[in-house]
Design a protein around this ligand. Structure first.
Ligand SMILES: C[S@@+](CC[C@H](N)C(=O)[O-])C[C@H]1O[C@@H](n2cnc3c(N)ncnc32)[C@H](O)[C@@H]1O
Length: 247
C-alpha cells in the first residue's frame, strides 16, 4: 500500500517537481562532481539511474558521458515521461519503469541514485543488490533528522508523526563499511529551506510528491497545525552522499 501511495504522489507531482526541486537538483550536481573528483579517469559505458524522477542526474551526466548507455528507472510513469521529454529522444537512453526493489537489469558499470533510495522498503537489501551489480555505486539519500522541525510540531501537538522513517547516518555507514569495498567515500551535508508559512511548506511537499508519511493528516489536525503556525517556517534536509566500489 505504501508503494502505491508513493507512486500516486509522484505521478501527481511530476509536472510541478522541476519547479520546486532546487535542493534535489543541487545534490544531483554534487553527486556528479564527487564522481568526477574521486574517479576522474572513469568513463562508464553503462549507467543505471535508480528513481530518476524528471532526470536531474542524467541531465548532469550527459555532459560528461555523452556516449554511455543510460537506463532510467522510476516507479512513477509520470516522472519517467517528464524525464523523457527533458532529455529528448536520445538513442542511448532507455527507460526501466517499475519498483527498484523488483525490476530486472544486467550488470552496469555505474549505478547512481539521487534522493530515491530512502523510499525502499528494505534499504540494505537494495544497496547490496546495487553494489553487487555495478562497478561503482554512487548515491545520495535522506537521513533521519530530515524535516525535524516539521516532526517537532507534531510531537508538540501530540499528533501521529508525519514523516517517513529515514535511515540513520550510523546505520548506513556501518552497512557500507561492512561491504569492504576497495573505495568507500562518504559525506553528509545539511541544507536549510525557509518558507513564508507552514502552509507553503505543506504545498511544497505536495508539489514535490514527498507527502507520503506513515499517517494521513485529518482536516482537524491540519487546522490545529496551521492555527499555531502563521509565521515563516524553516526546515532541514540531512543528506548522505556515498561512492562505493572499484571502478
Ligand atoms: C525525490 S524524487 C528524486 C528524483 C531524482 N532522482 C532527482 O534527482 O530529482 C524520488 C523519485 O524516486 C522514485 N521512487 C520512489 N520509490 C521508488 C521505487 N520503489 N522504485 C523506483 N523509483 C521510486 C519516485 O517516483 C521519484 O521520482
Amino acid at each position: 500500500m505504501q508503494k502505491v501511495r508513493i507512486q500516486q504522489n509522484f505521478n501527481r507531482a511530476s509536472k510541478t517537481y522541476d519547479r520546486v526541486s532546487t535542493i534535489q537538483k543541487i545534490c544531483a550536481q554534487q553527486l556528479v562532481i564527487l564522481l568526477q573528483q574521486h574517479f576522474p579517469d572513469f568513463y562508464p559505458t553503462s549507467i543505471l539511474d535508480i528513481g530518476t524522477g524528471t532526470g536531474h542526474i542524467p541531465a548532469a551526466l550527459f555532459n560528461i558521458f555523452p556516449t554511455s548507455q543510460y537506463l532510467l528507472n522510476d516507479l512513477s510513469e509520470g516522472m519517467l515521461s517528464m524525464a523523457h521529454i527533458k532529455l529528448g529522444n536520445q538513442p542511448n537512453i532507455s527507460l526501466l519503469p517499475g519498483d527498484m526493489e523488483h525490476v530486472q537489469f544486467g550488470h552496469q558499470e555505474l549505478i547512481i541514485s539521487n534522493f530515491a533510495l530512502q523510499w525502499a522498503a528494505q534499504l540494505t537489501r537494495i544497496l547490496h543488490q546495487l553494489y553487487e551489480r555495478s562497478n561503482l555505486l554512487v548515491f545520495s539519500c535522506l537521513l533521519e533528522g530530515t524535516f525535524t522541525e516539521w516532526t517537532a510540531l507534531f510531537t508538540h501537538y501530540a499528533l501521529p508523526l508525519p514523516t517517513y522513517a529515514y535511515p540513520t547516518e550510523q546505520a548506513l555507514t556501518t552497512y557500507l563499511l561492512s561491504l569492504q569495498a576497495r573505495h568507500c567515500y562518504i559525506k553528509t551535508q545539511d541544507f536549510m529551506l525557509t518558507f513564508d508559512s507552514l502552509l507553503h511548506f505543506i504545498k511544497y511537499l505536495q508539489q514535490l510528491g514527498a507527502n507520503t508519511g506513515q499517517h494521513f493528516l485529518t482536516p482537524s489536525q491540519l487546522k490545529t497545525l496551521l492555527k499555531h503556525s502563521t509565521h515563516s517556517f524553516t526546515t532541514t534536509y540531512k543528506v548522505y552522499f556515498a561512492l562505493v566500489g572499484d571502478p
